[in-house]
Structures are given as C-alpha cells and as structure tokens.
Design a protein around this ligand. Structure first.
Ligand SMILES: Nc1ncnc2c1ncn2[C@@H]1O[C@H](COP(=O)(O)OP(=O)(O)OP(=O)(O)O)[C@@H](O)[C@H]1O
Length: 757
C-alpha cells in the first residue's frame, strides 16, 4: 500500500518528503501508523529488496485496503502534472505548470539499489593444485613462493590469494624438506590477531605432518623485539616501566606545556601524541625533525621534553620497543652478530605496512644471511598515517636487486563480480605495481549500490536487509558491516543495540557519547534537565575555559547559598571580567534549553553559548581523522530524531549503558554480525559485506581531499586502497551504501565508485 494515516493525517509515499521515511518507519514500529482503510496498525517496509510500502503487520487484508488506498492517492509520481492553458492569438498554449511538491522529481526520491556496472566476463580457471606439507593444496605460483627459500624474495600477494596459506606452508616446508632448524626462523606479523591466526594455522598444519614447530619465533614486531630488549636488560625494560596508556603520555605533555607556557586548554594532546609516535617510527629523533609549521614546532619542543622525562623516570613506551632495539643492535656489533647467528630466515607478512624503524631492524638482522622473504600487497597498504611506507614494497627490487618476485594473482575468496569490481576500483591508483586478480568462481550476484537518505536510514536499511536474509536461512555470522571511522559506525551500532540480532563490535574504543566534544556539549543539555549534575558541571567547566579546581568551590557555594551547582557558577569569585559576563549569559540560558527541540537546543549551545568557539580553540583539528566538530554534526543527525531534550538524553544514557556493558562482556561470539572499521577488517574474510558511507568526505576521507587540493594525491590513493581492502573482504555479497546526506548536508557519491554506477 502506498498510503497510510499518521497523526490523523493521510500520508502518501509518492509525496512523502524523503527525509521523513525514517520517522514514519519508526512511528510504524511503535504502532502509530494506521491503515487508511481498516484503521489497523500498518508498518512501513524499508529495505533493499523493493520500494517502500505499507503493510499490515497482523491481519492479511492488504488487497482490499490497497484498492481503497489506490482511490485515495491524488497523483502518482511519474504521471503528467496538470497543465494550465491560456488563449493567445487564437491558440491554446500551456501557461504554466501547477507546482505540486509531489510532482517535482528531486534527487531525494526513493532510488532502488542498483548492481555494479563494470563487469568483465568470467572464464573459469584451469589450475593444477598440488598438496603440500600440511596437506593444503597450492597452485603453481603459491608453490613457487613456498619453495624459493634462499635469498631475498618478494611475494606480491593480491587480496584473497592465499598469502597466509603460503606463509604457513613455507615455514613447514623449510622445516620438513630443507631440514631448517625452526629456531633460526623469524615469522613477523603486524597484529596480535594475525600472529595468533598464523600460529594456530601452523600448529594445525604441523600436527598433521607431525613436525616440531614450538621453537619457531613468530609474533608481532613489538612482541619479538621487546623480547630481545628484555633479554639484553631485564631490569630496564621490566613491564612496570612501560608507559602503556595515552593518558600517561598526556600527563607528561601537559606538565611540559605548563613549564613552556603553551596554553594547555587549547592544545590537541591526542594529535601531539600521534605526531610524536610518527616521528619515532620514522626514526626522526628530536634533533633531526624538520618542522613545517608552528604547531609542529610546539610538538617538537614537547617531544624533546617527553623523551627527557621518560629517561629521567627510567620509562619506555611502545615505540621505544622498536626504536631502542634498533639503536641497541646498531650500536653493539657483538650483540647484532649474536642475533644474526641465531636467525637465518625471515618471513615478513603485510610488508606493505612496514614503517622505517621496522624495515631498518629487519634489514640489519637479515643483512648477514640475506634470506628475507616478504609478503605483501601494495594495494592493501592502509597505514600511511601511522608512518608505514608502501615505498618499501614498491622499491624492494631496488634495495634487493637479486630478489626474485612471485605474484599471486588468483583470488580464492571472492565471487568474480566482486573481484572485477575491486580490480576496476584499484586500477585507478597511479602508485602501484600493476597486477590484476582473477576469481575462481562466478555468479550473477553483482555488488550492489544502495541509496539511503542519511546515516539513520542507512542503518535501518542494513539491519532490515540482514533480518530478511536471516529469515531466509542465513546466519548472523554471515554479515559484516564496515565503516571508515568509528564515528561513522554510530547509527548502525545504535540500531543493533535496539535489535535482537546478535552482534559484536570491535572492543576498546571510546564510545561516541564519551568523546570529549560530545560529552562537553551534552553537559549543557544535562544541566538544563538537572542543574545539580556533578559530572556534567565538570564537563561544562572545561567548555567555559574555567579551571577544574573551581568544581570544589561550586560544591561549597551551592551548599552555602542553597542553590544548584549551575547557579553556583554565578557566585564564583576572582574571575576575569569577560568570564563573569559569559557566565551571566550562559547560566540562565542553560535553564531554558530543555524546553527546545534537541536540534535547536544544540544549535543554541553552539551559536549563542559559544560552543563553536570552544571547538575551534581546541587546537589544530586539521590532522585528525575523527574531528570534534564532525562528532557534533553526527550528534545533530541523531538529535533530529527526537522531539524533547529529556527523551534524547534518555536515549543517550541507554546507549552509554549498553555500550559499556558490551565492552565489559568482552564476548567475541562467532555467531554474530560483526561491526568494525575497514582498518580492523584487514586480513579477514566474510560472506556478506556492507560498506557504509561511500561518499566524498567519508571515503575518501575529508583530510585526504584537503591534501589533494594542496597537490598531494598520496592520501586519496590510500583511501582508495581502503575501499579496495573493504571490498575484497567479501566472499559472496557486497553492498555499498551511498547516502544522499551525510552529517546533515548533501553528499556526493564517492569518486571511487561513481564510474561503476
Ligand atoms: N590454493 C588454494 N585453493 C583453494 N583455496 C585457497 C587456496 N589458497 C587459498 N585459499 C583460500 O582462499 C582464502 C583466502 O586466503 P588467505 O586468507 O590466505 O588470503 P590472503 O592472501 O591472506 O588475503 P588478504 O590479503 O586479502 O587478507 C582462504 O579461504 C583460503 O583458505
């Protein structure tokens, strides 16, 4: 049915503004949308299979009601609008068109999903596979990569080409066929997860071949090189001296800021920590860094002080595990030789993501034996922002002229339609080693583009699509949703929290509502509802540029003057003139916020109460992937769904509680839908993948477009690789979402996929 009743009014899908679909959908879930004919509750179908329509959720009287609705519909879209004629010189000519909002074709009209356009025909491959050590079959190229054990070797492994299988089989082959002592082999991976997976697979394969592998050294760069440091100086590198958390680093930087007269309140510490890490991983000492702007100059001063403080307190951080190990080996010939005698064979996974300190460490250790096998895919290099350099893989042949190169181009993971679409996307990158993946099987199921109105509707469409597929027999574990940044996954997460579908989300990140800027803004709203909210007043103090120490004064004044914590702000003494003036403006206004619609209340906080200024003063926002100002835009998208501040805050609190419970539960169910960032999905594979937010500004991320405008295409190329990584995670189903709006503004389809539609 195309019409229904909501709040006593008839609504027609042909005239319903596109932005209202989500609202009507939610109202229909709550039972507040009725059939125009029988007055029973109806629901709005919002999914990917067909156009939206109303349907009866209980009884099955759709046909009769549908006929009734048909008669009510004023005019369907697509039919000719009414034309008004006038007489001129004896002729009857059209005068004007009657402008009915339902007859204006806007881009916001419902658009059915469409399959990817560029597809090459599929021709089934004819490979001979031979079973190898550990029993897993290998194709000819994989076999070559396994058997080339001596000398430098670059294995260029396209996505899904069996890189892990090659690495594990190669290790076992070396032990069994070449009698190489497992103790002399070092197998390095990038993440703990990959290390664990590698170890599990090796043990599994080794078990069936009855091979001893317990002495094989395998792990992440950090775990392996930290062990070397501990071995050299157990006391100096004991665990209690490790600066584990960013807040510990921030404390050091803050104290230096105070000493150096840098305004703490306006300094972006998280970015400074990231910048220092980047310098360290690219082996730039405080004396060798060349700064490019004032902000970097400040960070460099802090970097110097940070290193001094750490040294004075005999501490070290994660980056030191590699930097100091490198310095130690480089400065101690005996020790270096000792390790060179121990390790003869090096296998490095994900070589495209190696950074300078890691590269130099491996180069140093392997220079003696020259048996360095690196495996990677330049098209999957996605950690440039953390200092990794795809140039190491691109230039491997230059650094190791005798190196052999084996290219694994058979993709065993994905359907042909996914492979050919991904090939097309990545082929537009300029900085890459030319290669093309070939799929092993084909189907008619092309990758799908779909067009939600905004982030909220995007989440609804995905959830409903998954629900339908589960009803058709799929399991929750068959689905994964990938997003560019954590905040881009907010709406999807919220939709899953309110659904009964089991899901897991990568652990460890700060919840959206606990992000600094979001928390500060919410503090205004919280205080408008409860002017004695202690935690909110703490957050507000920061946003008003007052010292945290005034919190105690406020508590005392509120008792003394028998007033709320919020009102106590007006009793503060020894304030500057401008501070007092500001408080006089802010305090009474905060009281009134709860009477406004949440979206309007947020706009008032931003503009009238000076929050936008506070945001701007938070330092150099330009470097960040997740900016505070973007978080506020996301908050507004969500706030738009609510009509009262109280209701909005209740939702926020519910989300905070659920997400904190999720984090604590640490459950990693294998029977659940997975939600994760694209970065986190690297190396994994899933049956069906949804990629959300494929619009310019999100994927490619805005910061990369900024760099492009300044003439540097490198980051946009990295963003394209990110999309490529995301696409190639899918085995069978790939759905890419192109919302019409993002963060409340019109968006355009990602430049990476435009040609495919
Ligand atoms: N020769 C082969 N025959 C059949 N299946 C294979 C073969 N080699 C690999 N596979 C399968 O292909 C899939 C992809 O393999 P794997 O995960 O090792 O790829 P990868 O190269 O590490 O991928 P990516 O780099 O995209 O993460 C796995 O399911 C694996 O079991």
């Amino acid at each position: 049915m195309n019409c229904a009743k909501h709040l006593e009014k008839l609504i027609f899908l042909s005239t319903l503004p596109r932005e209202s679909y989500q609202r009507i959908y939610e109202a229909s879930l709550a039972g507040n949308v009725l059939c125009a004919c029988c007055q029973e509750p109806v629901k709005l179908y919002l999914g990917l299979r067909t156009k939206p329509y109303f349907y009866h959720s209980i009884q099955n009287s759709d046909l009769e009601c549908e006929t009734y609705c048909e008669k009510l519909i004023p005019k369907e879209k697509g039919s000719e609008p009414e034309t008004i004629y006038e007489e001129k010189n004896g002729f009857r000519i059209p005068k004007s068109r009657k402008i009915d909002s339902d007859q204006i074709e806007t881009e916001t009209n419902w658009r059915l999903p469409m399959p990817s356009r560029i597809l090459t025909p599929f021709s089934p491959p004819h490979h001979k596979h031979s079973a190898f050590v550990g029993g897993l079959p290998l194709d000819a190229e994989q076999e070559m990569a396994v058997k080339e054990t001596d000398g430098p070797l670059l294995v260029l492994a396209g996505a899904g080409s069996g890189k892990t299988r090659v690495l594990t089989t190669r290790a076992l082959y070396m032990i069994q066929e070449k009698n190489i002592d497992p103790k002399s082999m070092m197998l390095v991976t990038f993440t703990t997860k990959a290390a664990r997976e590698m170890q599990d697979r090796i043990h599994l394969q080794a078990k069936s071949a009855n091979l001893p592998v317990s002495n094989l050294v395998s792990g992440t760069f950090h775990s392996i090189f930290y062990k070397i440091l501990i071995h050299a100086d157990r006391e100096r590198y004991s665990g209690d001296k490790l600066l584990k958390w960013d807040w510990q680093k921030e404390q050091y930087l803050r104290s230096s800021c105070r000493e150096l007269g840098i305004d703490e309140k306006e300094f972006a510490f998280d970015q400074a920590i990231q910048q220092i890490g980047l310098w360290k991983n690219t082996l730039q000492t405080p004396d060798s860094v060349k700064t490019t702007d004032k902000w970097e100059e400040q960070v460099l001063t802090l970097y110097k002080r940070y290193e001094q403080q750490k040294q004075q307190n005999k501490q070290f951080d994660f980056d030191d595990m590699l930097v100091q190990c490198y310095e130690m080996l480089k400065g101690n010939e005996n020790l270096l030789q000792q390790y060179q005698r121990r390790f003869h064979y090096f296998l490095i996974d994900e070589f495209q993501d190696i950074n300078p300190v890691q590269y130099e460490l491996i180069r140093l250790l392997s220079s003696h034996s020259n048996n360095l096998c690196v495996v990677g895919d330049d098209d999957q290099s996605i950690y440039g922002f953390r200092g990794s350099e795809p140039s190491f893989i691109l230039n491997f042949k230059k650094d190791y002229p005798t190196a052999k190169v084996v290219t694994l181009s058979e993709n065993y993971r994905s359907d042909h339609t996914i492979v050919s679409t991904a090939n097309h996307v990545i082929s537009k990158n300029k900085e890459r080693l030319s290669k093309k993946m070939t799929a092993q099987y084909g189907s008619d199921l092309a990758p799908l583009f779909f067009f939600p109105f905004d982030e909220e509707e995007e989440a609804t469409l995905i959830l409903n699509d998954i629900q339908e597929k589960i009803r058709d027999g799929a399991a929750p574990r068959d689905f994964t949703i990938l997003y560019r940044t954590h905040s881009a996954g907010r709406a999807v997460l919220e939709r899953f929290v309110s659904s009964s579908i089991p899901f897991v989300i990568e652990q460890g990140q700060v919840s959206f509502y606990e992000k600094k800027m979001v928390k500060s803004l919410l503090a205004y709203l919280r205080l408008s509802v409860n002017p004695d909210d202690v935690s909110a007043i703490g957050d507000l103090i920061r946003a008003l540029f007052l010292k945290q120490s005034v919190l105690n004064d406020l508590k005392a004044f509120s008792v003394l003057h028998d007033c709320t914590l919020l009102e106590a702000l007006l009793k503060l003494q020894n304030l500057q003139h401008f501070q007092l003036a500001k408080l006089k403006k802010v305090v009474p206004r905060v009281h009134t916020l709860q009477t406004l619609q949440p979206l309007l209340a947020i706009a008032t906080i931003e503009k009238e109460l000076g929050f936008s200024d506070y945001l701007k003063k938070q330092g150099n926002e330009g470097n960040t992937i997740e900016k505070g100002s973007d978080d506020i835009k996301d908050l507004k998208v969500m706030a738009n769904k609510f009509t009262s501040v109280r209701e909005f805050l209740q939702h926020v609190d519910h989300m905070i509680a659920t997400q904190s419970a999720l984090r604590k539960s640490r459950e990693t169910s294998t029977e659940a839908v997975q939600l994760m960032t694209i970065h986190r999905s690297k190396g994994l594979e899933f049956t069906n993948v949804y990629i959300i937010g494929a619009v310019d500004g999100s994927l490619p991320h805005e910061f990369s477009l900024d760099s492009l405008r300044k003439g540097d295409p490198a980051f946009v190329e990295e963003e394209r690789r990110l999309l490529y990584v995301a696409m190639t995670r899918a085995r069978k189903g790939l759905s890419i979402s192109i919302p019409y709006q993002r963060r409340g503004r019109k968006a355009v389809a990602s430049r990476f996929v435009k040609a495919l539609m």
